[in-house]
Write a protein that binds this ligand. Structure first.
Ligand code: ATP
Ligand code: MG
Length: 369
């Protein structure tokens, strides 16, 4: 009974939480490397336009996994970001990720809506890294499974983490109306960019967000995300190895990794370090894919879509292409989305295309029916 009421509260809260004002909602993605903010407008023809965008870099160690380490730094960056964003909007949708969140497909016996809700709670309990009472859980139906039951995908986050982020963000000038998972926001953009291609609905895609502290690995099949895994390797893993092996600080290591010797050449030692991290990453990735293949007997992918700053690491796409033997594409929101040239300068577009997808997907959230 107690469990049931949690499910209902969560659902009602989610529905009540939405507000879609004339200018939409500000999407706020607090990543390890930076806070990114986006404001998206839905145009009369149904397409989206990025109206405002801001990115404020965070100092080293401001946030570790989903634990806020330096509140003041985040607050300072939030205030600076909102000022730069220049939006008159005061409502935000924030994104969560990390060890205190869960996205998982469950196979259930099925039945009435009420029975399915009960089954979700009982089944979810086995996988949640926290007790069911400590979490916010929502789910959506994927469809019937071969055993005559139903498959659902659940999204969950630990309440204390939701509250910590919400309270901190609300110490700036915005009110948090929606808390979502970053992976769901990435899928929003994926569907908006690729969704009008008929093959999307009938095929199997790998989608990866290569961030600083982690990589989010998703499988999207027949129009829904069916598998999710967070791999704790990202761009920071390379930066830290450069720091360790070359005796430089975080900023110097970041600069060596991204800009190389200043003339666009990445020194041999750095390439060597990148390759070492690649080896570990690709071994982890192979394990994840093998797990999917053994549990579903599905071996083929129709394409792989990348986002996140880490997707720019030289040689990454090529090595991945060899491993997966499938075409690799970048999830570029500007393939289908216009942007306001008065507010966003052209030299930011490349960085936004790689690193802004989560913030854009959060800003695209709209009021449920
Ligand atoms: N041109 C580039 N070449 C290589 N790496 C890059 C480049 N630009 C950014 N990166 C790396 O991308 C990472 C930042 O990407 P992103 O903004 O997607 O991560 P984040 O959202 O802050 O992290 P997370 O999601 O893990 O919390 C950093 O590790 C940064 O060094
Ligand atoms: Mg990120």
């Amino acid at each position: 009974m107690a469990k049931k009421s949690i499910a209902n509260t969560i659902k009602n809260k989610v529905s009540d939480a939405f507000y879609f004002g004339p200018k939409g909602i500000i999407g706020i993605d607090i990543g390890l490397s930076a806070i990114k903010m986006a404001e998206v407008l839905k145009q009369s023809d149904g397409s989206y336009k990025l109206n405002n965008y801001a990115v404020i870099n965070l100092p080293e160690g401001t946030i570790i996994e989903d634990e806020i380490q330096k509140e003041d730094e985040i607050l300072k960056a939030l205030n600076a970001g909102l000022k730069e964003l220049g939006s008159s909007n005061h409502f935000a949708c924030i994104g969560l990720s990390g060890p205190n969140t869960l996205i998982k497909r469950l196979q259930l016996a099925g039945g009435s809506q009420e029975e399915i809700e009960d089954q979700v709670l009982w089944e979810a309990e086995q996988y949640l890294p926290f007790s069911i009472e400590e979490g916010n859980i929502s789910f959506s139906l994927i469809g019937e499974n071969k055993g005559g039951g139903v498959d659902v995908i659940i999204g969950a986050a630990k309440k204390s983490v939701v509250n910590a982020f919400k309270e901190l963000v609300e110490r700036s000038s915005v009110k948090v109306k929606i808390v979502d998972l970053c992976a769901a926001a990435t899928i929003n953009v994926f569907e908006s960019v690729m969704g009008n291609q008929p093959q999307i609905q009938s095929k199997t895609w790998i989608i990866m967000d290569l961030g600083a502290q982690k990589t989010q690995f998703m499988i999207y099949k027949n129009g829904v995300m069916v598998f999710f895994k967070e791999i704790s390797i990202g761009g920071l893993t390379i930066t830290e190895e450069i720091q360790r092996q070359m005796g430089v600080n975080y900023n110097e290591a970041e600069s060596l990794k991204i800009h190389g010797d200043g003339n666009g050449n990445i020194p041999e030692e750095i390439v060597e370090i990148i390759n070492q991290v690649f080896d570990t990453f690709f071994a982890e990735l192979k394990k994840t894919i093998d797990f999917w293949i053994t549990s579903t007997s599905e071996e083929t992918f129709d394409g792989c879509i990348l986002t996140g700053g880490g997707a720019q690491i030289p040689g990454f796409s090529e090595t991945l292409q060899d491993l997966l033997e499938t075409e690799i594409q970048i999830l570029n929101p500007f393939n289908t989305m216009a942007y306001n040239k008065n507010n966003i300068s052209e030299d930011m577009i490349n960085d936004i295309a790689y690193r802004g997808v989560c913030a854009i997907g959060l800003a695209m959230r709209s009021m449920p029916k």
